[in-house]
Design a protein around this ligand. Structure first.
Ligand SMILES: Nc1ncnc2c1ncn2[C@@H]1O[C@H](COP(=O)(O)OP(=O)(O)OP(=O)(O)O)[C@@H](O)[C@H]1O
Ligand SMILES: [Mg+2]
Length: 553
């Protein structure tokens, strides 16, 4: 059209008319092209965005179900970058990548054909410099990608550092680590600056280089084509159109080089994502044949020849444990730190996978028990408490089905949380900060206890749940709890023997082995490990009360 416009304008008499006609045609052509591009861009982008969201949801829900042993070795920052950066790279490939390549091929074929039709000889010469473009783009693209990935990684390191620092700000301040932390941050931050600067330099070289190459082809055309125009073997219109088509080629050629990199990046990202998705989910999430109409769980727990070794550990954490806990009774578990108490209950919860036929609930191997049935049957207060950002009420309700909101009060009362809640400005709606930052250690434990209580489960597991409350509050909680645990199987782990002395049965673990079991009186009469511990704790208490009686601290 440009060619037609110029040539007619130069030749014919009705120049005025064609000066309006051709620009109008050009405008129409551009508008049509724009419209079609818009339509299929929206389509492709919409499609790739949907795929991206879908993939992200799949990876996240898969992560929820991976065995805990996986997270022991995986790095949080790395997993987060797979969820964000890698999925982003895959989308780029599907969206922009596929778009660009189709776009490029159409434009290249179209322009080249027209250029060859206009002047094959000129087309040949001008094309000599062009293949360099994708090659240079690919080379620089690779460098740029490498550095931008490094910069990105540095950025995640930086956020991980800040995250850890803020979560541990108490320890930082208490141990006067501020200066060390600032220095550490400064090192990461400067490294980030260095990498970003290098990235900027690369871009800085890349663009002018592209311009030089595009200019090279233009120079060839100007030189050879200009001569032809002067000799009259080529019309001016042809010449202008030719340079127009040449100009249109620069972008698609760059896009080809760029897409080649994107392809590499996208497939690498895809393989990192596939690695997560290919990790088998924890066996607890595997579907079991539906067992309709099974009776409610009563709560008899049995450990049978249970031996357990953590993945990667040399020695077993538990050795040949045999223990029967009748439904509705309280079994206390005591023992030195690291003796395997938490491991025992974690296995009952299937947080880690026990061997087949080693743990039974109501006589059924827990590995044959549908996951929901087991989860619903157990109320659990873990040793290290995790609270979510939100209100006290939301955190307590985590353990409850819908419609149990009215029982929050009762659960909080049993857990002795009410006095604390009255102190909070907004009562149950008080937002407790990330990880329950605004609560004291004992308040956190009592919130977690309320969370377990509101479920009204047949089995209750309290793993050192009173370690942060004072002896008096503990007595009160135990008194209230006694009514609650009536008829529920309770596994009570504690370091304080005063907590466990009323239990129906007390078991003593040492280095993963169950070495004594019986009631408090029986174990005292045995004069074994439990007796020793009791004597030591009693002695300590007596010394304490004597000191108090004498008015010393
Ligand atoms: N995830 C894990 N991976 C490997 N080893 C672990 C893991 N968790 C615990 N252990 C090891 O298993 C042993 C038992 O740990 P466990 O947490 O059961 O002790 P515990 O009796 O609950 O101690 P505490 O009274 O301090 O809570 C310890 O030697 C510990 O190092
Ligand atoms: Mg423990």
């Amino acid at each position: 059209m440009i060619k037609g416009g110029i040539d007619t304008a130069l030749r014919a008499g009705d120049a005025e008319r064609s000066l309006i006609k051709y620009p109008a045609l050009i405008l129409l052509g551009a508008a049509l092209q724009g419209f079609f591009r818009y339509c299929w861009r929206i389509n492709i982008h919409g499609f790739s965005r949907r795929c991206e969201a879908d993939l992200r949801d799949r990876v996240f829900s898969h992560l929820q179900k991976l065995p805990l042993s996986y997270f022991q070795y995986a790095k949080t920052g790395d997993l987060m970058s797979r969820l964000t950066n890698d999925i982003h790279a895959v989308r780029e490939l599907m969206g922009f990548g596929s778009l660009a390549i189709v776009d490029a091929v159409v434009v290249i074929v179209f322009s080249l054909t027209l250029m060859i039709t206009i002047n094959p000889w000129l087309a040949f010469w001008s094309m000599l410099a062009m293949p360099l473009i994708p090659i240079v783009v690919r080379f620089f693209g690779r460098q740029i990608f490498r550095w931008s990935r490094d910069t990105q990684a540095q950025l995640s390191d930086m956020s991980a550092y800040v995250l850890e620092n803020l979560s541990g700000i108490r320890v930082v301040q208490a141990y006067a680590q501020e200066q060390n932390q600032i220095r550490g941050f400064d090192a990461i931050s400067s490294e980030y600056r260095r990498k970003s600067m290098w990235l900027t330099t690369l871009w800085g070289i890349f663009w002018p280089l592209m311009q030089v190459m595009a200019g090279l082809a233009a120079t060839v055309v100007l030189w050879l084509g200009g001569r032809q125009v002067l000799q009259g073997t080529m019309t001016l219109g042809e010449y202008v159109a030719f340079t127009g088509y040449l100009g249109m080629l620069t972008w698609p050629l760059m896009a080809i080089g760029y897409t080649a990199n994107q392809y590499q990046r996208g497939t690498a990202a895809l393989s990192r994502i596939a690695e997560v998705l290919d990790t088998p989910i924890s066996p607890r999430y595997r579907a079991l044949p539906a067992s309709n109409g099974s009776p409610p769980i009563r709560g008899a727990v049995e450990f049978r020849n249970l031996t357990f070794v953590y993945a990667g550990a040399d020695a077993p954490a538990l050795k040949n444990i045999n223990l029967q806990i009748p439904a509705g009774t309280v079994c206390a578990i005591v023992g030195e730190t690291g003796s395997g108490k938490s491991t025992l209950v974690n296995l009952l919860l299937r947080l880690y996978e026990p061997e087949d036929r080693t743990i039974f609930v109501d006589g059924v191997d827990i590995k044959q028990l549908p996951r929901r049935r087991l989860e619903d049957a157990i109320g659990y207060v873990s040793q290290d408490i995790f609270l979510f950002f939100g209100s006290v009420r939301d955190n307590i309700l985590l353990g409850a089905e819908n419609g149990e909101t009215d029982r929050v009060d009762e659960a909080a009362r049993i857990a002795q949380l009410l006095p604390a809640i009255e102190l909070f400005g907004a009562g149950f709606d008080t937002v407790i900060g990330e990880r329950g930052m605004r609560l004291s250690g004992g308040q956190k434990q009592r919130t977690a206890l309320a969370r377990a209580i509101i479920k009204k489960p047949p089995i209750v597991i309290l793993d050192d749940a009173f370690s942060s409350v004072d002896a008096e509050t503990e007595d009160e909680i135990l008194r209230e709890l006694k009514q609650f645990t009536q008829g529920r199987t309770t596994l009570l782990i504690s370091h304080r023997l005063s907590t466990v002395r009323d239990a129906d049965r007390i078991v003593y673990l040492r280095a993963g082995e169950l070495i004594e079991q019986g009631t408090h009186t029986e174990l005292i009469a045995r004069r074994g490990a439990y007796y020793e511990l009791y004597r030591r704790q009693n002695l300590a208490r007596e010394v304490e009360s004597m000191a108090r009686a004498e008015g010393r601290p």
